[in-house]
Design a protein around this ligand. Structure first.
Ligand code: SF4
Length: 342
């Protein structure tokens, strides 16, 4: 039986429902070098992540049976419209995720997800039973638990784990099955070393843009303790279990109770959550990544920097394209910042 692969872009697409339908999701984050398609369809002031995603999907369309978006930001809504037009033989869908956590948000999201289930059933000609949903829910929960355990090791003050493992967790999670994930967990447990006296850093902001920066930081005396990206570990931070209620309702509650991200309408709560984590994990320096033309992160970074300054936490804003390269110029700024800390 062939497994249908679905491209996703955001951490609010419920993996449980896809899994219950026999679908596999893959987050699009590959770097595309050829911009012919995105230059043709997208305005020049859309973020480079959305452009790269369109180029990547065009070059690899045969690998995906569908694309599922959320209304995270203007760029994602535009990308959804374009994909609907150019990939008309695929399942192209957008999920309307509430931006706040008011009492009626769960009811609204419940209806949205119920419609989503029906659309998947109709398009892929499958029936998603309560039993399928429960099995999928428990399996995803097990993955989330492992992921949370790994995050806890990474942020343990007594040890450090080389950035290569942190990057693998961030980047390869989607592609791993649970056995591979358990092996990586064991490997990390073995490889953790005694704490090195380095500057404890949080990488925060939009997407996974400058992941290679982790290597650069480690080389010049920093230790990345926490990732707080819009699409980072936030996706997996939901391992609640509720008994005796509908699984779709559980999923709606869990997704709306994840740590605050780009979608939240209350940026102050998101900023306060970052500050709480900084204190909890004893972070000494914050690198705030803002992908060019990502207006949501520009607004958020303007607010967050006020909170950081008020709490005397040093920070550096890295305004970058969505690229893995840690450019010479960027590295010079990062080095200079670390020098001021030592
Ligand atoms: S980087 Fe910003 S603008 Fe681009 S898709 Fe992500 S949230 Fe949207």
């Amino acid at each position: 039986m062939s497994i249908n692969k679905i491209a996703v872009f955001c951490n609010s697409v419920p993996d449980e429902i896809l899994l219950a339908a026999g679908l596999v999701s893959e987050k699009i984050e590959d770097i595309s070098l050829n911009h012919d398609i995105s230059n043709k369809y997208l305005a020049s002031n859309l973020c480079s992540y959305s452009k790269n995603a369109l180029d990547y999907l065009s070059e690899n369309k045969e690998n995906y049976d569908g694309m599922i978006f959320t209304n995270t930001c203007h760029a994602m809504e535009v990308l959804y419209e374009i994909c609907r037009e150019i990939f008309e033989d695929k399942f192209v869908y957008i999920i309307d995720v509430p931006r706040n956590r008011k009492d009626n948000s769960v009811n609204y999201f419940y209806k949205v997800l119920t419609d989503f289930v029906k659309s998947i059933e109709a398009y892929f000609k499958v029936k998603i039973s309560e039993d399928d949903l429960e099995k999928a829910y428990l399996k995803i929960n097990e993955m989330n638990k492992l992921r949370t355990d790994m995050d806890n090791i990474l942020s343990d003050e007594k040890y450090y784990v080389q950035s290569v493992y942190q990057q693998r967790i961030q980047k390869e999670y989607e592609k791993m099955n649970i056995q591979q994930y358990r092996r990586l967990y064991e490997e990390i447990l073995e490889r953790k070393k005694k704490y090195k006296n380095e500057v404890r850093i949080m990488l925060c902001g939009s997407n996974l843009a400058p992941l290679k920066i982790a290597d650069c930081l480690e080389e010049i005396g920093g230790e990345i303790v926490l990732y707080d990206f819009t699409q980072g570990s936030r996706r997996y931070s939901r391992t609640n279990t509720y008994k005796n209620i509908d699984i779709i309702e559980i999923i709606s509650i869990n997704y709306l109770n994840k740590p605050y991200g780009t979608m939240t309408s209350d940026l102050k709560l998101r900023a306060k959550q970052v500050i709480e984590n900084i204190k909890k994990y004893n972070i000494q320096l914050v690198f705030l990544s803002v992908i060019k033309f990502c207006s949501d992160e520009v607004f958020f970074s303007a607010l967050l920097t006020k909170y950081l300054a008020k709490n005397n936490i040093p920070y550096l804003i890295l305004n970058t394209e969505y690229t893995e390269k840690c450019s010479g110029q960027l590295l010079t700024r990062v080095e200079a910042m670390l020098e001021t800390m030592s």
